[in-house]
Design a protein around this ligand. Structure first.
Ligand code: 4AD
Ligand code: MG
Length: 476
């Protein structure tokens, strides 16, 4: 007998013996088990011959219990499914106390489910989101693999601060209660495990650059850590980032790559995860109906995904964007209250959302930002004040990708590092790339959870990663 998943069983023809294990979603009228095994949103209906099943077994068929069912796949009399299982034997593998089991067969709030993150994938919404997360991750590897990129692993523990923003989690083997001290009272890190200060990586970019400058086209896809204390629906302390890096590619090539890549991975899930997407699309649509008109989204989820794959991203320089913002009127109703901005300022999320959702109404690639608000490694433009940076802004998300052409000129890079007090000794290996066979190269970082948010329509980043790490929260 072939061991099928529920997803596979639902596509089989009737009149065959089947064998299935899963978790009971509901048990009705002592007869109908809705069984789910995580392979699909859909449950398979298993019909119990209750007259010939002992009462003590029937009692143990409860929501959440793990069961092993053997029976015959037959045509279903009921509506909503073509086939069902006529149960011949049922084995209770793991009981579940129906009074205590947190995931009741009813609608739970996302806040409640976050507190039960270990069980929340037993719901339709979270199982759909996590199947999509898995599928997107596969689509990402597939894209790079088919386009001649090498997958490389960059260190998690590092001595450098790639973004220069100082938002790092320290890694130390010293006793925090009794660390060795220097004469001035500061901690003596030369006595630490690595004999210097180290931290969890904020980005694999600098290491990826070294490999791009030998293997040509590479990418990383790994966990990154930021100790920024931003308690928002779009920030995590631990998130996954995809970072391609390509030799001999300039900023225009970088934008082309990013756009093609984003379209490709979104097309992949549109093609391969239609059941889960349709479910999430309907869920959001129902949720939207309860909101006041002004807060409803203009497009449904699937429509929004298709729109991204079928339309060009709008490319706009930072300077043009500032002009647009200056010439726009605040709109209290749409929550774009303070859209006026001066050249040189970093864009706030409300500015980004205004540009994407109100002005252009499509994904936007902003490029050539002021040097002062961007990282040290970005290529200085000939105007001496802007850098070849690009951010991709998505509707409902804001910044989803950040990237740039890298400064390939040794002297210019050294000057920039000196101006920002970044010691050359710390990045001697990074400077070596500019000494030996330097070349134009570029790359970007995609925040994986922001992509999953976009693809699933989920509004809070904590709901698209299995066990979210946020300020004050590392429960699981
Ligand atoms: O813009 P960021 O900081 O860029 C870099 O780290 C570059 N080194 C990338 C590169 O060029 N290789 O981060 C890149 C993306 C952001 O656009 C955002 O999507 C995501 O990472 N991101 C976060 N996602 C969740 N939580 C956070 N705290 C994030 N910080 C950044
Ligand atoms: Mg950024």
């Amino acid at each position: 007998m072939t061991q099928y998943t529920v997803a596979q069983l639902l596509k089989q023809t009737a009149s065959q013996d089947v064998d299935i294990k899963g978790w009971v979603r509901t048990f009705r009228a002592k007869r109908f088990i809705a069984l789910n095994d995580g392979s699909t949103l859909n449950n398979i209906q298993c019909v119990v011959d209750f007259e010939n099943t002992p009462e003590d077994v029937l009692k143990r068929i409860t929501t959440g219990a793990a069961v092993h069912i053997k029976g015959e796949l037959v045509e279903s009399q009921g509506q909503g499914q073509a086939v069902e299982i006529a149960v011949k034997s049922i084995d209770i593998l793991g009981d579940s106390d129906p009074d205590k089991y947190p995931i009741q067969p009813k609608k739970h709030s996302f806040e409640f489910l976050r507190e039960n993150a270990h069980l929340r994938t037993r719901t339709n919404t979270f199982s759909a989101v996590m199947r999509l997360r898995s599928s997107l991750s596969f689509a990402i590897h597939k894209y790079f693999n088919e386009n001649g990129f090498y997958y490389m692993h960059t260190p998690i523990i590092t001595g450098s601060d790639a973004e220069g923003a100082g938002e790092m989690f320290r890694v130390s083997a010293l006793d925090p209660k009794n660390p060795p001290l220097n004469e001035d009272g500061t901690i003596d890190y030369t006595k630490d495990f690595f004999r210097k200060e180290t931290n969890l990586t904020v980005s694999g970019q600098l290491e990826a650059e070294t490999y791009a400058m030998s293997l040509g086209k590479v990418y990383t896809f790994g966990p990154t850590f930021r100790a920024e204390n931003s308690n928002t629906s779009r920030h995590l302390a631990e998130f996954w980032m995809i970072e391609p890096e390509v030799a001999f590619m300039d900023l225009a090539g970088n934008m082309d790559l990013a756009e093609d890549f984003m379209k490709s991975v979104i097309s992949y899930v549109l093609e391969h995860n239609s059941d889960d997407l349709e479910f999430l699309d309907q869920r959001l649509f129902d949720e939207d109906k309860a909101k006041p008109q002004a807060e409803r989204s203009e497009m449904r989820l699937i429509e929004k995904l298709k729109f991204v794959t079928e339309n060009n991203f709008k490319r706009v320089s930072y300077t043009e964007a500032i002009d647009i913002l200056k010439n726009s009127k605040p709109n209290k109703k749409k929550k774009f209250n303070y859209i006026i901005e001066e050249w040189g300022a970093d864009l706030q999320s409300e500015h980004e959302r205004f540009l994407v959702e109100k002005h252009f109404k499509c994904p936007v690639i902003l490029f050539d930002y002021p040097a002062d608000i961007k990282a040290f490694y970005m290529r200085l433009n000939e105007d001496g004040k802007t850098v070849r940076a690009m951010d991709i802004l998505f509707p409902g998300i804001g910044e989803i990708v950040g990237g740039s052409q890298r400064e390939e000129r040794l002297e210019v890079l050294k000057e920039k590092m000196a101006a920002l007090n970044i010691p050359e000794e710390e990045l001697w290996w990074y400077l070596d790339l500019r000494k030996y066979g330097t070349a134009v190269h570029s790359g970007f970082g995609l925040g994986f959870e922001r992509l999953v948010m976009f693809a699933t329509g989920m509004g809070n980043i904590r709901d698209v990663i299995p066990f979210p790490r946020t300020p004050q929260n590392a429960e699981f």
